[in-house]
Design a protein around this ligand. Sequence first.
Ligand code: B1M
Length: 210
Amino acid sequence: DEILKEMYDQTLVGNGPRVLELTHQALEQGMEPQSLLFDSLIPALEEVGARFERGDFFVPEMLIAGRAMAGSMEVLRPLLADTGVETIGKFVMGTVKGDVHDIGKNLVNIMLEGAGFEVIDLGVQVAPEKFVAAIEEHQPDIVGMSAFLTTTMPMFKANLNALTKAGLREQVIVMVGGAPVTQEYADAVGADGYAADASATVKRAKALLA
Ligand code: B1M
């Protein structure tokens, strides 16, 4: 489709205003918000990552592309996180300490909310003691931790150690995820659940609560 293709191209070059326009245009034409995400925005950011790895893109390009996607996601959020669903569980979510990536985490949050979870988002660079304090305060069913860099993945273990030390490990289900994370890594750090993407997170979370 033309719009999806242009949206992909404009996200890739980080043209936020144009991506916003196209988002509204696509929705007016009756296109599904999921389609904008999965057929345009996410593939565009994958290509941004590939170009960054090849040395064709640098941090500023990655940043503006990320912003362009985030702008569109704000429009899509209310459509995806449809209200009126009965609450099925409570999540505390955060990106681990040392890591500022949040687009993937925010997308997971939107999908969880859409499925009926209440989500308390701690934001990015969340230190172990912040996870501990939030679990004590909010008593969630599940705590979700995102890490997007191989250098920040070890924070999962640090967070789990902090939970154990605070006597909270048995009270809460721990889920981990993020681009470099694998099921094997999740098992190795002792997490209860892992998912590769936002919709898999919803499925896994429901299964863990059942
Ligand atoms: Co950075 N970055 N970045 N970056 N960035 C990646 C992650 C990278 C893979 C790019 C690459 O080399 N191909 C690479 C990491 C390599 C590695 O360690 N393996 C990288 C790097 C190296 C860096 C810097 C170190 C660059 C530098 O400074 N030299 C730096 C680090 C800063 C820091 O955190 N300390 C950096 C900075 C940035 C920006 C700030 C410029 C920007 C972030 C903007 C933002 O998030 N607000 C940025 C961006 C945009 C990217 C890429 C291009 C796109 C990320 C994204 O939003 N993807 C990314 C390349 C890529 O991922 N292909 C890259 C779309 C998103 C929907 O997917 O994030 O995978 P994703 O989220 C998925 C799943 O991971 C999963 O579901 C989500 C939705 O489907 N998921 C979970 C996420 N959390 C989950 C939790 C769960 C379960 C599933 O359970 C709780």
